[in-house]
Design a protein. Structure first.
Length: 303
């Protein structure tokens, strides 16, 4: 049955000139029908290069918005309209505008995991893999980093010459993991390397053998000569690595590290998006598009 649905998706996307993007946290059956798999911004870049006139984003809303910003001429569909991102939605434009009045000499750095509207009042975007490089190149020594205080803390420790102001925000899924889970996992798997996403708490990150983005973690594990790994990010990455590297052992840091928004999209959702009966077309008004694009363009310029 799954294979039949996948075959129909492939037939429809070829017939209707559709490009399917799938974030790494999506299920394996969705990844198998995707044209590109990866982290959110990398997917947006790939979408901007293809000739397809319609793009389906199997991810969350801010990712689909980023695709639209980089490909305004394309029809961009969010595969499940209910798939949001709690971190992206926890701060709005009005709040950050008020904070900026308190710190007028600070450059506002927005993690890509923010809404397009919020990006309009920020100076530059970063991804988890580019944040260190971009923050190090900013002319200002004063940085207001939003919304993820954990990623911001990790970057600030790498750049002690900069003054960071962090707000209380972040990814609920990653932030729910505490130090005790790491120590327990290391006790159970003493020969395993611990790979972690910088959205985790500082007390977790400081125990890591490698800190990096989702694709960074996957690349490290694939290339490493080590045979055992504890994975400190969304549990779907454990599944993907097990499938790709069956000769190695991968252990989840926590059985509860699951992003329910990412899991909202199903294979049938993707099928119905291809049919034109499901999903939500992403539209951005001129002010939002131009303001968010300026923020993203600065990221591209710096790194």
């Amino acid at each position: 049955m799954i294979k039949d649905i996948q075959n129909e998706i492939i037939r429809l996307k070829n017939e209707k000139d559709i490009c399917i993007l799938a974030h790494c946290y999506q299920s394996p059956e969705i990844l198998e029908v995707a044209d590109f798999v990866g982290d959110s911004f990398a997917l947006s870049v790939e979408a901007s290069k293809v000739k397809n006139k319609t793009v389906i984003m199997c991810g969350v809303r801010f990712m689909a918005e980023t695709v639209k910003i980089l490909s305004p001429e394309k029809k961009v569909i969010l595969s499940n309209p209910d798939a949001g991102c709690p971190m992206a939605e926890m701060m709005d434009r009005d709040v950050i505008e008020q904070v900026k009045t308190q710190y007028p000499d600070y450059t506002v750095v927005a993690y890509i995991n923010t809404t397009s509207e919020l990006k309009t009042v920020c100076d530059v975007c970063v991804t988890s893999s580019s944040a260190l490089k971009i923050c190090s190149q900013l002319e200002s020594d004063n940085i207001l980093f939003i919304p993820d205080c954990n990623l911001g803390d990790w970057i600030s420790k790498k750049l002690p010459q900069k003054n960071f102001k962090l707000l209380n925000g972040g990814c609920p899924t990653h932030a729910a993991i505490g130090r005790e889970k790491v120590l327990r996992a290391k006790e159970l798997h003493p020969n395993a390397l611990f790979l972690v996403h910088p959205e985790c708490k500082p007390e977790v990150v400081e125990l890591a053998d490698y800190v990096g983005s989702t694709t960074g973690i996957m690349d490290f594990a694939k290339k490493s000569e080590a045979k055992e790994f504890i994975i400190g990010t969304e549990n779907s990455i454990v599944t993907h690595l097990q499938n790709e590297c069956p000769e190695k052992m991968f252990y989840p840091l926590s059985k509860d590290c699951i992003c329910h928004n990412m899991k909202a999209t199903t294979l049938v959702d993707v099928l119905n998006c291809c049919k034109g009966t499901f999903g939500e077309e992403i539209t951005l008004d001129k002010e939002i598009y131009e303001g968010a694009k300026r923020c993203i363009d600065k990221m591209i310029e710096l790194g």
